[in-house]
Design a protein around this ligand. Structure first.
Ligand SMILES: Nc1ncnc2c1ncn2[C@@H]1O[C@H](COP(=O)(O)OP(=O)(O)O)[C@@H](O)[C@H]1O
Ligand SMILES: [Mg+2]
Length: 291
């Protein structure tokens, strides 16, 4: 199975949300990483054929997807960023309702819904109304509904939003179990999620893919650009104003800064091992969305 994008573009009036992006997806987990406003949601909605592209195309195994109609939708599972729940439904009722919309026969739907509620750890609250659920629990219902039709292509927009650390680990394991021969594409602005979950990363900035590769390939781009520098608290403030400081830690009265810089920022600076977050800061030094 191969999903490909060819020069996919979306304009909202004069605003270019997605700017001529091309990529090829094969089975595996792909992480679309970018700050808020980078164009992730717009891109994923075009990938699902629910938003019409201004230009460019999406192909599944060489076939243009909007011409495939229902055959394409049947291979898709999608968790939108602003997923709408029916608060008065129980988790089970909601999954059965979505199954009906997807045309899954009732007897199969009930079995599948039960399995998935177990997978996402909601089996004990299957009969409880969704309006009583926490944000993380609602998100898990959203993940379950995306998996109902056992999709070959799973598209998740900010799926880890609202999940607590334990739920995150469970989600990570769920995805790596599920991926196998399927294409999973998820978006996030949380770097640590990508590092743990994705086989390949697409770094998106202002509607474009600025980098594509495995996590270790991407980290190599900032090798030799990450430095530690011990300074006084006053100097630390100056450095934060003039350099890209990934983080700082207190050591006695001194502060150790982690600075992202193409060249040695100061004589005492020591080169250190790069991480994906450093790469993100290198590309988005002033933008929000780093966690
Ligand atoms: N329906 C819309 N009309 C006009 N502009 C939009 C619309 N949807 C998104 N945008 C703009 O397109 C850009 C990309 O948005 P979006 O795809 O939601 O990014 P992300 O998901 O990465 O935060 C943003 O500047 C956003 O304000
Ligand atoms: Mg978004």
């Amino acid at each position: 199975m191969e999903l490909s994008l060819d020069r996919l573009t979306k304009h909202y009036g004069s605003k270019i949300a997605v700017d001529c992006v091309s990529a090829v997806f094969q089975p595996g987990v792909y992480g679309l990483l970018g700050a808020n406003g980078a164009g992730k949601t717009t891109l994923l909605r075009m990938l699902c054929a629910i938003l019409e592209a201004t230009s460019g195309e999406v192909f599944l195994d060489g076939k243009e997807v909007t011409s495939m109609g229902a055959a394409y939708r049947d291979t898709l599972g999608y968790l939108p960023q602003d997923f709408g729940y029916y608060p008065g439904y129980t988790a089970m009722e909601f999954l059965l309702y979505i199954s009906a919309l997807k045309g899954i026969p009732n007897n199969i739907a009930r079995k599948r819904a039960k399995e998935l509620l177990e997978v996402v750890g909601l089996e004990n609250v299957a009969g409880r109304k969704i309006k009583t659920f926490s944000g993380g629990m609602k998100q898990r219902v959203g993940i379950a509904q995306a998996l109902l039709n056992n999709p070959g292509i799973l598209i998740l927009d900010e799926p880890t939003a609202g999940l607590d650390p334990k739920e995150r680990v469970r989600f990570r394991n769920l995805l790596s179990d599920y991926a196998g021969d399927k294409i999973v594409i998820l978006s996030t602005h949380i770097v640590s999620d990508i590092e743990a979950i994705a086989d390949k990363v697409l770094l998106m900035k202002k509607g474009k893919f600025v980098l594509q590769g495995t996590v270790s390939e991407l980290i190599r781009k900032v090798d030799g650009k990450v430095w530690e520098l011990e300074v006084s608290p006053e100097e630390a403030r100056e450095w934060q104003a003039k350099a890209t400081v990934a983080n700082l830690r207190h050591e006695g009265k001194q502060i150790v800064l982690r600075i992202i810089s193409d060249s040695m920022p100061a004589k005492k600076a020591v080169l250190c091992e790069a991480a994906l977050e450093d790469l993100y800061l290198y590309y988005f030094p002033t933008e929000e969305g780093v966690q």
